[in-house]
Each structure stands twice: as C-alpha cells, then as structure tokens.
Write a protein that binds this ligand. Structure first.
Ligand code: AMP
Ligand code: MG
Length: 336
C-alpha cells in the first residue's frame, strides 16, 4: 500500500499518473470525495470491481455507485436520461447527489448487483475530479472501508480499515461533507424517491423538479420501495451506540460515580458543567446539521480508537435538515 499526499488546490500530475496506471491495470485506488473517501476501480472491468467486493468484504447484492467526471459521462452509462436527470445534474453536480437510472448494457452486472439500474454521480472534491479527468475512466467507488465499519473521512481512516487490500491511497485531507451522498431513484422520473438521505435534501430536489419527492426505507420505517444496502446495519462504530433524549441523559448523570469507558455526544448549545463528570468523555457536536455531519465519523473513529465501549448520542433536533445525520445514527445503533 502506498500513501501519496495530494494538494487539493493543485493536484499534482505525478500522483494522478500513478493512480491512473493502477486503475488501468485493474487495481484499487482510494481517493477523497467531498462525502467520504472512496475505494475506486475501473467500473467497466469486472475483475477490477470484484476486487472492491473482496477488499471490503461487501455482500454481492449491494450495488456500487459509479463516479464520473461530468454529466455526459454519466449519461453514457444509462439507457435513458430524462429531463429530470439533466436538471438535477446541471443544478447539483458536481456534488453529493447520486442518481439511479436504467443502466446501459455496458455496465457490468457486478457493479449494479444484477439490477437493471445504475447509480451515477459527479463528485465535487478537486482531487476526485482531477483523478476522474486524468484517468478518463468511470470509477465504481463505495466507501473505502471494510463492510459494516465506519466510513472514512480521512486517508488515515482508510489505511486503518483496508491496509494492504488497497494499492494506492490519495491523501487529500479531511472530507468536507462527511456523510455519504444522497441517493435518488429516478427510474420513474415523475415520482423520484430518496433511497438514502444526504446533504442534498428531498426538499431541494422537490423544489427544483416541481414534484413531491418520497423517502424510501428511512430511519422512520416509511418504506416506499426497498433499495439494496439500505436495510443492513451500517455506518457503525465498534462501540455500542445509543440515542438518548434529555430525560435519558439526566438518568445517566444521576448514576453512581465511577470510571466508565463511555462517551456522550452532546450538542454544543446544550452542554453543561454537570455532564462533564458523568461520562468518561464528553464530545461537543456542532449545532448545525452540516457541521455535525462533517465531524461525526471522525469523532466515532476516535472513540473506537480510544477503546470506548458505549457511546450515548443526544437526540437530534427535529427537521428535515437533519435527515442525513439521523439516518446514519439510526443505522449505527443497530447491533443485529
Ligand atoms: P455505498 O457504496 O456504501 O455508498 O452505498 C451505495 C448505495 O447506493 C447502495 O447501498 C445502494 O443502496 C445505492 N445504490 C447504488 N446503486 C444502486 C442501484 N443501481 N439501484 C438502487 N440503489 C443503488
Ligand atoms: Mg459504505
């Protein structure tokens, strides 16, 4: 495994050339996107994509998102490109929105897990874009971690999880969005369905398209249409994670004193002196959904590294702006 630092403000040609070589020969390159780090392989090379599943221990039924340099390259991977896709692409790409559309036959089964749809996205991270342009290939790229582990938001997280399973890691610093992309099912363009909430909200999409946007299989269980990979336990730290409301926190605080190997994640605006002594660690979380998403995985990684066994997370504020973070935390609490 080689780790190369790439300056996002000026991605250097040598590193991109090295990555291109690896990808053209069917190898794996981890690279930063604005959401999380991706584990990339040439999407039209079945053997290369198989290596992603092996490296991650990812179940074969869970499809991969294909990353491309521009909307034209995304369109080339689809069998139909409705007006809605074009509008969304113009408005939100490059950015953290994945579109699920009927696939072109050139996209291998292994990428789509046998579905006749493909998920496509143009990432906005300058290193991801520079790599996609330099190699000229569509890159299948799930998060660069072993399946069921926390997603990586730094190159160090990638190295910790995948080690020698990846040939090359491009280190472009910490990612800015911090949670995975919004996945939007556009197979029926008149009835778009959010399969996974993220930084681009259902309301943003509805406003642009002028139609209602449904939520599928969300944390609240309002299943409209199942999507592979949406039901499994996911995005989880090793520690047991529980969501607690303010009464729950008060109950925890009243317990007998004693050293505990546990942590509380609490919103900055509600932190109080009384909490400090009651938990082994108290992590202050940003009050905005964007700020919270940006630091969430890094905090959970750090708590795992510190050997914390139990993580209590203060219940999030109401509101659709928190849907992405709420979804990830709900999945992280599943320990089945
Ligand atoms: P990940 O690669 O872990 O970020 O997960 C990507 C997720 O996107 C998958 O788990 C699916 O739920 C969703 N996805 C990707 N491709 C498709 C597709 N062709 N149809 C439906 N959902 C998809
Ligand atoms: Mg993942």
């Amino acid at each position: 495994m080689t780790l190369l630092t790439v300056d996002p403000t000026n991605p250097d040609d040598a590193a991109l050339g090295r990555a291109t070589e690896v990808l053209r020969h069917g190898g794996l390159v981890a690279f930063p996107t604005e959401t999380v780090y991706g584990l990339g392989a040439h999407a039209l090379d079945t053997a290369a994509v198989e290596r992603i599943y092996e490296a991650k221990g990812r179940p074969a039924w869970n499809p991969l998102i294909v990353h491309v340099a521009n909307a034209g390259a995304a369109r080339a991977l689809t069998a139909s490109w409705p007006r809605e896709a074009e509008l969304l692409a113009v408005h939100f790409w490059p950015g953290p929105l994945t579109l699920v559309l009927p696939r072109d036959p050139a996209v291998p089964d292994i990428v789509t897990a046998g579905l006749d749809s493909v998920g496509v996205r143009v990432p906005s991270h300058p290193v991801a874009l520079a790599l996609l342009r330099a190699c000229g290939l569509p890159l299948a790229a799930p998060s660069a971690n072993r399946s069921n582990e926390l997603s990586p938001t730094t190159a160090q997280h990638v190295v910790k999880s995948l080690g020698s399973a990846v040939e090359l890691v491009l280190d472009g610093g910490a990612t800015s969005v911090g949670i995975e992309s919004t996945v939007l099912d556009l197979r029926d363009p008149a009835h778009p369905v959010v399969l996974r909430p993220g930084a681009v909200s259902a309301a943003d999409i509805a406003e642009l398209l002028g139609v209602p946007v449904l939520r599928a299989g969300g944390a609240e269980g309002d299943v409209a249409r199942p999507s592979p990979g949406m039901t499994e336990r996911h995005y989880s730290p090793r520690a047991a994670l529980r969501l607690v409301d303010d009464d729950g926190i008060a109950t925890l605080v009243r317990r007998d004193a004693g050293v505990r190997n546990e942590a509380l994640l609490v919103m900055q605006s509600t932190i109080s002196q009384g909490l400090m002594g009651a938990f082994g660690r108290v992590e202050t979380m940003p009050d905005s959904p964007e700020g919270y998403a940006r630091v969430l995985y890094a905090r959970l990684h750090a708590l795992d590294d510190a050997g914390v066994t139990d993580i209590y997370v203060q219940q999030l504020p109401d509101g659709a702006a928190w849907d992405g973070v709420r979804d990830r935390l709900a999945r992280a609490t599943r320990h089945d």
